[in-house]
Design a protein around this ligand. Structure first.
Ligand SMILES: Nc1ncnc2c1ncn2[C@@H]1O[C@H](COP(=O)(O)OP(=O)(O)OP(=O)(O)O)[C@@H](O)[C@H]1O
Ligand SMILES: [Mg+2]
Length: 296
């Protein structure tokens, strides 16, 4: 469904745009229907940049992003299937309009011919799907709703469209613990409906809870990716181990993990990039100790 191949992003910076920052470097991964993929990495590693490129908000510098075989093209047809939700739900709402205006905007843009009564019914259904009581949220202003309620309203809005992929960028970081679990349970439910979710986070334990696959991003590159239980249960990249060590409860025996003593990729005759260490479990060689490329 969603395919990234060798995606690179360079931002122009400086007063005259003369300098560039390479935020994303040669990133390739897929998200298939009914799958949650976590994109994990520390601040500045390029996670949101990848999310924004997938949403067509920033052009790629090189490489390709395709959705159902077609290149990303920002516009109504694309956003019918691909939607993004971000960290701060308040920023997605105009404070002077009632929160349900987000639904009216969807109707105007996508379903102008649906009769009002049928539309109201659809909105109610999507609200109940995200476990919001329509009577409690419709007609309220954003400041009268909690962050968790607004986040759920945004998910309900996405459900009104025929979405296939949701890009969720740090959507739980502003929520308290119990609301966070609610929103995560909701995302887990979305995947049972066949949606693909790219779950961007720096919160390892919650990412694990949700995702079948995990992509670990470091300084704009994929350090390691694969099935979540393998990436966390048998981390091959020192950076992944470092991330795990910050969450001791998640992987109690991480100290016992065998140290990476040599560059796996070059040992096997590779020339750089990602090594498939186990089926579907990839690790970057360039950052491993004793990698001849010397790049860390
Ligand atoms: N619009 C922009 N112009 C210039 N540089 C940018 C822009 N947006 C991001 N960057 C730079 O690109 C790099 C990656 O940023 P990005 O926001 O993608 O990281 P992130 O992984 O989402 O971080 P965080 O966890 O803090 O949200 C950073 O060095 C950042 O400073
Ligand atoms: Mg970000």
């Amino acid at each position: 469904m969603l395919t990234l191949r060798e995606v690179t992003k360079e931002y122009k910076v400086g007063a005259f745009g003369g300098k560039t920052v390479a935020a994303v470097k040669g990133v390739s991964f897929d998200v298939v229907p009914g799958e949650v993929v976590s994109l994990i990495g520390e601040s500045g590693s390029g996670k949101s940049t990848i999310g924004r490129m997938i949403l067509g908000l920033h052009p790629v510098t090189s490489g390709t992003i395709t959705f159902d075989g077609r290149p990303v093209r920002a516009g109504k047809d694309y956003y019918r299937h691909v939607q993004g939700i971000f960290q701060d739900p308040f920023s997605s709402f105009n404070p002077v309009f009632k929160a349900d205006r987000v639904f009216a905007m969807i109707k105007e843009a996508y379903y102008p011919d649906v009769p009002a009564a049928e539309w109201a019914e659809r909105v109610e259904t999507s609200l109940r799907d995200v476990r919001l009581n329509p009577a409690q949220v419709l007609g309220k202003y954003p400041h009268q709703l909690s962050g968790g309620q607004l986040q759920r309203l945004l998910i309900a809005r996405a459900l009104l469209l025929d979405i296939k992929l949701l890009v969720a960028d740090e959507i739980t970081s502003m929520l308290d613990a119990s609301t966070r679990i609610d929103v995560l349970n909701l995302l887990a439910e979305l995947k049972t409906r066949g949606l693909g979710v790219l779950y961007i986070t720096h919160d390892l334990s919650l990412g694990t809870y949700l995702a079948e696959r995990t992509v670990v991003l470091r300084r704009g590159r994929v350090a390691e990716m694969g099935p979540t239980d393998e990436v966390f249960g048998d981390p091959l990249h020192p950076y992944t181990r470092e991330l795990l060590s910050a969450v001791p409860r998640l992987h109690e025996s991480w100290d016992d993990a065998a140290p990476v003593e040599s560059c796996l990729y070059h040992d096997k005759g590779g020339t750089g990039g990602l090594l498939e260490a186990a089926p579907g479990h990839f690790v970057a060689c360039s950052a491993l100790p004793s990698c001849p490329s010397g790049e860390v």
